[in-house]
Design a protein around this ligand. Structure first.
Ligand code: GLU
Length: 442
């Protein structure tokens, strides 16, 4: 059976790293099994859903390379939900109820006051045809609840949490449809998962109790539930889901110079027992993806770690991948030379400036200035294919300088900096005449 997964965001805001992690897990699982990854836009909440968010979701997934092989929108699937609704009402699995939010709140408080779990008492099930007719005549419209089957214990073997068991008697019949006819997320989601052939639902553990309910919805709809796996949630480095983490969008990360490979490499492994490596190929991550490696403890997302992974990724990015992002003057050889020194690709501009000049070296004492003048004379005579070893060997012989006394003034005069890429790789990128001038100016 082909593995089919889906990512089902509600377009009520921007995706944050937690959502993206869920999308990635589903993508990885599908790819590992040569299956399909689908996007489902959960836009049943017309008031809060925005087209700009739908577009941003698509753009974020594309940026990360998590391209869906199909897209559905819940707002266009009303007919499907309606048909299932009619059937479940006819079968007595959905029932009309009229309690207001205040009434329900009061019922809950009374139960809690008696030390009982605040489970809906199914009072609406005792209403007669005449009661419903009277309410309809008074212009009252019901909301709808899904009637849990109290006689069938709910179980599933969770891909991450292991065997799960829920007692439906300890659960409230969930409201699935509002009085205005709009849908809450749970029933349409089950209907869609069946229609879309979803085989695996991988989502955050905040959905565990929804799954318990949905297991019965799948059964009521005549389907075998998909396999479920619930990952422990992401927390900030302080140990709780920080506001910052919840609001950290892909645009922020892009602006901060984070490469998609870095985010993917980190999020694929966070919360698992596998090490976070700067793996560039998402296909490699997919091949190694394994639900049994996931732990139950919350996964810590640390921005500093993301920046470390990003640097390691940048150090490995091939020229062809970044060429369009690089400033003039950074060709393939220059990229190879500078990338070990970059934390972010954008820092290439700094080294393009060093290569093209002008640079501003520190003031040198007269002895060093004389040494650099000697270096300039030598440089002017050198073949520029690989000048650094020849230049430094000759200067060492001529002056007796070695180590820092030999290398640092040369680096400072040539680049204006104390640190940077390997001079053997960098020097040939600076034109010979320009290098001679810089050494003379020292
Ligand atoms: N729209 C739901 C959410 O964003 C989907 C959850 C799911 O079934 O994956 O929470």
């Amino acid at each position: 059976m082909t593995v089919i997964t889906r990512f089902a965001p509600s377009p009520t805001g921007r995706l944050h790293v937690g959502n993206i992690r869920t999308a990635l897990h589903n993508w990885l699982l599908a790819k590992k099994h040569g299956g399909r990854f689908l996007l489902r836009i959960d836009d049943t909440d017309a008031e809060r859903s925005r087209e700009e968010h739908v577009e941003a979701i698509r753009a974020d997934l594309a940026w990360l390379g998590l391209d869906p092989e199909g897209e559905e929108r819940q707002s266009q699937r009303g007919a499907l939900y309606e048909a299932a609704f009619e059937r479940l009402v006819a079968e007595g699995r959905l029932y009309a109820a009229y309690e207001t939010a205040q009434e329900l709140d009061l019922k809950r408080k009374i139960l809690l006051g008696r030390g009982l779990p605040p489970i809906y008492d199914r009072a609406a099930l005792t209403l007669t045809e005449a009661d419903h007719a009277a309410r309809a005549a008074a212009g009252e419209r019901p909301h709808w609840r899904f009637k849990l089957d109290h006689d069938t214990p709910i179980t599933w073997d969770d891909g991450i949490r292991g065997p799960q068991q829920f007692d439906p008697r300890q659960m409230s019949d969930p409201v699935v449809r509002r009085a205005d006819g709009s849908w809450l997320y749970m029933l349409p989601s089950a209907i869609d998962d069946i229609a879309m052939g979803v085989t695996d639902v991988l989502r955050g553990e905040d959905h565990v109790s929804n799954t318990a309910t949905q297991v019965q919805m799948f059964a009521a709809l005549g389907a075998t539930p998909p396999r479920f796996a619930h990952a422990a949630l992401l927390t900030g480095s302080e140990g709780k889901l920080s506001k910052r983490l919840g609001s950290l969008g892909m645009a922020d990360l892009r602006e901060a110079g984070i490469e998609p490979e870095a985010l993917v490499a980190l999020l694929a492994r966070l919360g698992t027992s596998d090490p976070v490596d700067p793996v560039l190929s998402a296909a490699d991550l997919a091949a190694a993806f394994d639900l049994s490696r996931f732990g139950r403890a919350p996964a810590r997302f640390d921005e500093a770690e993301l920046h470390r992974v990003n640097a390691a990724v940048v150090h490995r990015l091939p020229y062809a991948r970044v060429a369009h992002l690089l400033p003039d003057g950074i060709d393939a050889a220059a990229w190879e030379a500078i990338r070990p020194n970059l934390g972010h690709t954008a820092e290439a501009a700094e080294w393009a400036q060093v290569i093209a000049g002008p640079v501003s070296p520190p003031p040198f004492d007269s002895e060093t200035t004389a040494f650099l003048a000697q270096a300039a004379e030598l440089a002017a005579t050198l073949d520029w294919a690989d000048p650094w070893p020849t230049l430094t060997a000759a200067l060492k012989d001529a002056t007796g300088r070695k180590g820092k006394a030999l290398f640092l003034p040369l680096r400072q005069a040539l680049t204006g900096k104390d640190h940077g890429p390997d001079m053997k790789a960098l020097l040939p990128l600076i034109a010979r005449d320009e290098a001679v001038l810089r050494l003379r100016a020292g």
